[in-house]
Design a protein around this ligand. Structure first.
Ligand SMILES: [Zn+2]
Length: 79
């Protein structure tokens, strides 16, 4: 193993969820896949994906696991 990780594509890690934001503070929300360490760490390991507010001082920064449904503290715009 090298000391440093190589960049991994956002399709396997995390990215800003476009057209969605946190209803509590208005910040963007981050959509992550539960792989790597998250696949072995509760509570993330029980979910396919995890979504959280990017604002570290927001009560939703901890986020929650999702399969298909969007949590009610996230507002999606468009479609
Ligand atoms: Zn927030």
């Amino acid at each position: 193993m090298s000391e440093f990780a190589s960049p991994r594509p956002s399709s396997q890690t995390a990215k800003i969820r476009e057209q969605a934001y946190c209803l509590a503070c208005g910040w963007p929300v981050i959509f992550t896949f539960c792989n790597d360490g998250m696949a072995h760490t509760a509570p993330y390991s029980g979910w396919d994906s995890w979504i959280y507010c990017a604002n570290k001082t927001c009560k939703h920064h901890g986020g929650e696991g999702i399969f298909h449904n969007m949590p009610d503290w996230i507002k999606t715009t468009g479609h």
